[in-house]
Design a protein around this ligand. Structure first.
Ligand code: CS2
Length: 496
């Protein structure tokens, strides 16, 4: 029988190869100052990595209690490792490994909602950070308002002490703190939503109001919701990655995280109580995050989604592969330069040309196997802030939107669930069932397909479907995609 390889855990830290950084602070003395909802790979490559440096500086108040709102997978991987995991920063020129110790524990919310609420209610917890993805806020992406008929919201209003949604957990924990005279925590959204602090404030305050008017006033008046811009590319971990890490460590890590060298965190300096000095370790504390957010959502994420749909349809598995297609790379560069960037008020001191160039280089990083399929997920929640806001701004000025229209058309083609070879596409989206109905009703007619999809108000609102300057180019691009395929359509796009 093969020996079972040893698992990463605190006892093996001293035996790891010398080149691998590891916690040098006393993890037993770390207290929990942050609860994080949605403990996926992104959090572990981003906020936890900044917080690790704060702990390493000797400020031990900021250990993280992570919570999964759905699956037990992260907890199952990290428990035997006492929260330790490897962060591998891949530049293409080499790997840089560090063991992160900032996660003290992981709770699986559906298994014990009461335990999570009580943990969030503790006075030592000053901050709740969130990465629950766009759909996790149960809001309407087109308006930013709470979707009051969302099944989780309906459930959480009926059963406030056993919530399912992040919003339900936040409000119940805040209600208990209020009842006990404990200052509220600050809520730090780290998802790619537009004006993320304001959006989450709106949603959480509305939910609290629906529970109880006084609680709504308390949340609206007393709780801080700083906006943030978060940026780091973090592809889903694969078994190949696990093997690579096991070889480097000499022990197995059930869930290492792979990322790129680039990292950025811009935070509105508006906290209700103590916070970690993240700015000593690269975070930027600013008065107004919006210019940073718009720049990142429209340039990086807008390009990412366009690359994901066009890349997938062209047969490319990863972003780096898609960027190797010269015509597609050119299109993305032109999309940023001529359509997205001109709509931005750039953050002070930012050189937009350098920013665009750095994005193209990051997308080309050959060591990151970032799947187009992964980025293609949840398009219904992403398109509004990534592409449609840009389209609206341009249309208001009578400007052309050819490249944005092609991105939107590629999304339409993608959500039909059948690729150019007639093979099924695994479309993951909260609106997947609605897409199926629309596709079936269209019966192969492209005009009807486009009309059906334009009719989804939570994505397109009511203005865009009524504007032929928007629907015309999208429909034309969709017809081209059907007639000639993605590669030929991209190649035919006029170069600026
Ligand atoms: C990506 C983002 O999956 C996606 O939709 O566009 O996760 C992207 O990698 C990050 O926002 C980069 O900061």
């Amino acid at each position: 029988m093969k020996d079972r390889p040893m698992r990463l855990n605190p006892e093996v830290l001293t035996k790891l190869p010398a080149s691998i950084r590891r916690p040098a602070y006393d993890r037993n003395r770390v207290t929990t100052g942050i609860v994080h909802l949605g403990i996926g790979a992104f959090h572990r490559a981003h906020q936890a990595a900044y917080t690790e440096q704060v702990l390493a500086s000797g400020d031990l108040r900021w250990g993280i209690l992570g919570a999964s709102l759905r699956s037990p997978d992260t907890r199952d991987a990290l428990h035997p490792q006492r929260g330790l995991y490897t962060l591998n920063v891949r530049s293409g020129a080499g790997d840089d490994l560090a063991i992160i110790g900032a996660i003290k524990d992981v709770i699986v919310a559906p298994e014990s909602p009461a335990a999570l609420i009580e943990a969030m209610a503790r006075a030592d917890v000053k901050i709740v950070t969130l990465t629950v993805t766009e759909k996790g806020y149960c809001h309407d992406p087109a308006t930013g308002a709470l979707n009051e008929s969302h099944p989780d919201i309906v459930h959480d209003l009926a059963h406030p002490t056993e919530p399912r949604s992040a919003v339900g957990f936040l409000v119940e924990a805040l209600a208990r703190r209020r009842a006990r005279g404990v200052k509220p925590f600050t809520i730090v959204c780290c998802d790619n939503l537009p004006s993320n602090g304001k959006t989450v404030r709106r949603v959480v305050t509305r939910f609290a109001q629906l529970r109880d008017k006084a609680l709504g006033d308390f949340v609206g008046n007393e709780v801080k919701f700083p906006s943030t811009m978060v940026d780091r590319i973090v592809p889903a971990t694969t078994d190949e990655d696990r093997d690579l890490i096991a070889q480097a460590l000499g022990v197995t890590d059930a869930w290492p995280v792979m990322t790129e060298p680039f990292t950025q965190w811009v935070i509105e300096d508006d906290f209700g109580d103590a916070r970690p000095a993240w700015e000593h370790y690269g975070a930027e504390m600013v008065k107004d995050v919006e210019p940073f957010e718009h720049m990142k959502l429209r340039l990086l994420n807008g390009s990412h989604s366009t690359l994901a749909y066009l890349g997938y349809l062209s047969g490319y598995q990863t972003v780096a592969e898609a960027m190797n297609d010269a015509a597609l790379a050119h299109l993305i560069s032109d999309l940023m330069e001529f359509e997205s960037a001109p709509t931005l008020h750039m953050p002070p001191g930012t050189d937009v040309a350098a920013y665009r160039a750095s994005l193209l280089a990051r997308f080309r990083n050959p060591a990151l196997k970032h799947r187009t399929w992964q980025i293609a997920m949840d398009g219904s929640q992403k398109l509004p802030q990534r592409l449609l806001g840009t389209a609206r701004d341009r249309l208001a000025k009578g400007e052309a939107i050819e490249r944005i229209a092609l991105g939107v058309a590629a999304w339409m083609r993608y959500v039909t669930g059948v690729d150019e070879q007639g093979q099924p596409i695994d479309v993951r989206d909260p609106l997947a069932a609605r897409f199926k109905e629309i596709v079936a009703a269209a019966g192969g007619d492209t005009d009807r397909l486009a009309k059906g999809l334009f009719g989804i108000e939570s994505i397109f609102g009511t203005d865009l479907p009524a504007n032929p300057a928007f629907t015309g180019p999208v429909l034309a691009a969709l017809k081209m995609l059907y007639a000639n395929g993605a590669k030929a359509t991209i190649a035919a796009m006029p170069k600026a």
